[in-house]
Design a protein around this ligand. Structure first.
Ligand code: PNS
Length: 159
């Protein structure tokens, strides 16, 4: 059975992330979305809130599971029995960091390879950071996140 891990901060999950989840879930028997629980990185949503939003927006995807993780990604991948780590690439500007991360992970543990999936063009400009910025000023985020996530952002920013 092939198992893949799609890690990230998902603060919050965007339509770009959902696009990668949907497409990569078709290439593997089981896809585990790994939500980083990182105390040093300030996030708007708690890890439980991020996991809950991901569960909601992926509930129609049978082979997708959501888990949180601490520490090294390769340890999480090992624990999940994953053969692949999935990362989305939006633009060439993502590439340097992603390549460095993929090579570091491979140096730490060669039992897992990173697969890059190009983000669909309509989401290539999207990031959780810009979505939060727009949401914080009460802007229209309906083209960027699922309705459920939009509601959660509105609650956070009281707008
Ligand atoms: O959504 P993000 O913030 O771009 O995801 C980054 C993530 C979670 C994939 C990355 O920060 C990560 O893997 N963190 C876990 C710590 C780790 O394994 N670091 C070594 C790889 S350089």
């Amino acid at each position: 059975m092939s198992v893949s891990v799609y890690p990230g901060s998902f603060d919050p999950v965007t339509l770009g992330h959902i696009d990668i989840i949907r497409r990569s879930a078709k290439m593997t028997d089981k896809l585990i979305v790994g939500v980083l629980n990182n105390n040093s990185k300030r996030s708007l949503f708690t890890v439980d809130e991020r996991v809950e939003m991901l569960k909601e927006v992926t509930k129609d995807m049978e082979n997708v599971m959501i888990k949180s993780f601490d520490g090294l990604l390769v340890d999480f991948a090992k624990e999940c029995g994953a053969n692949a780590i999935i990362r989305g690439l939006r633009a060439i500007t993502d590439f340097d960091y992603e390549l460095q991360m993929a090579q570091t992970n491979r140096a730490l543990y060669d039992g897992v390879d990173t697969i890059f999936i190009p983000t669909s063009i309509e989401y290539s400009f999207l990031s959780s950071t810009t979505v939060k910025e727009v949401a914080s000023f009460g802007g229209d985020i309906s083209k960027f996140v699922a309705p459920y996530v939009e509601k959660k952002l509105r609650e956070k920013y009281n707008n």
